[in-house]
Design a protein around this ligand. Structure first.
Ligand code: CU
Length: 265
C-alpha cells in the first residue's frame, strides 16, 4: 500500500474496499537459511507478494538485474534464473528461482532489480529494488557497504544476525544521498515459502489489525524499528528512488531490504 496522495483514489478505494490498499507489497529474495557453515549452492526464490497477510501474489517480470555482491565483486545470478509458479493462499503467480554458489566465507549481498510491475488498482508502476543477505562462516565482510543502487536501504545492524527484541536501524539512500521523510513499510514474512513446493508454509503471525506498519526516515535518512519476533523482516522505502515515471505512468521506485532475526535461546 502507499498513502493516498489523491483524494479521489482514496474515496474509490474506500468504496470498493480494495484489499490491495490495506496490504504491503514486498519483493522477496528468499532462502530459509541465511547463515551457512559449509560451502555449497544456496537455493533462492524471488516472489512479489504480500507475505505478512500470506495474501495475493503478483506476476514478476524477468529481473533486469540479479546478482550477489561478494568481497567487492559481482556474481551474476541471472543465468541461473528459472521461472516458476508460486501458489499463494489466494492465487498463483509467476516467480523465479535461482542458485547462489557460496564457496568462500563472508557476506553475499543479493540484489534484485525487477522489471517495473503495473499495479492496476493504483494505475502506477512499482519497482522494488531489493537486497537480502547470506553469510557463510560467520565472517563479516561486505554487509555494511552500500551497493550504489538507484535507491537502497543501508543496514546499520548486521542483517543476518538481528536479535529478536532488539532494534534494526537502516538509512534510506537515493543515488548515494540520504532520503529524509521517506515512508517505510515494515513487513513480517509470516508465511515463509516452502522451497520444494513453491507455496507458503504455515503462517507464524496474523496480519496487523491496522494494516501496514510504517516508519518515517529522519532528516538524515535514518529509521529504527524494534524487532519483536524472530524470522524475516522486510523494510520498503516507498518511492525513494530517482525514477518517477515508466511508460507514461507514475513509477514508485522503492528500496527493499530483508533481515533475519533470531531469538536468544
Ligand atoms: Cu499490494
Amino acid at each position: 500500500m502507499r498513502l493516498f496522495d489523491n483524494a479521489a483514489f482514496g474515496l474509490a478505494a474506500a468504496l470498493f474496499l480494495l484489499p490491495a490498499a490495506a496490504q504491503a507489497h514486498f519483493q522477496l529474495i528468499y532462502t530459509p537459511e541465511v547463515n551457512l557453515e559449509n560451502p555449497g549452492d544456496v537455493p533462492l526464490k524471488l516472489v512479489f507478494w504480500h507475505p505478512f497477510e500470506n495474501g495475493h501474489v503478483m506476476d514478476m517480470g524477468e529481473p533486469q538485474e540479479f546478482y550477489a555482491f561478494f568481497r567487492g565483486e559481482k556474481i551474476d545470478l541471472k543465468p541461473s534464473l528459472k521461472e516458476v509458479t508460486f501458489e499463494g493462499s489466494e492465487n498463483s503467480a509467476k516467480a523465479f528461482e535461482a542458485t547462489l554458489p557460496a564457496k568462500r566465507a563472508g557476506d553475499y549481498i543479493l540484489v534484485a532489480v525487477p522489471a517495473p510491475y503495473y499495479e492496476e488498482s493504483e494505475d502506477i508502476y512499482i519497482q522494488q529494488i531489493t537486497k537480502s543477505y547470506v553469510n557463510r562462516g560467520q565472517l563479516p565482510t561486505d554487509w555494511m557497504e552500500p551497493q550504489g543502487l538507484a535507491t537502497e536501504i543501508l543496514p546499520l545492524n548486521r542483517p543476518t544476525n538481528i536479535l529478536a527484541g532488539s532494534t534494526f536501524t537502516g538509512r534510506v539512500l537515493a543515488e548515494g544521498e540520504p532520503v529524509a521523510g521517506a515512508e517505510i513499510e515494515v513487513e513480517y514474512m509470516a508465511a515463509e515459502p516452502l522451497m520444494d513446493e513453491n507455496k507458503p508454509g504455515e503462517p507464524k503471525a496474523s496480519p496487523m489489525p491496522g494494516g501496514a506498519v510504517v516508519a518515517i526516515s529522519d532528516a538524515n535518512g535514518y529509521f529504527t524499528f524494534g524487532i519483536p519476533k524472530s524470522g524475516f523482516w522486510g523494510f520498503a522505502a516507498l518511492g525513494s528512488g530517482p525514477a518517477k515515471e515508466h511508460e507514461g505512468k507514475e513509477l514508485s521506485q522503492d528500496a527493499v531490504i530483508w533481515v533475519r532475526a533470531y531469538d536468544v535461546e
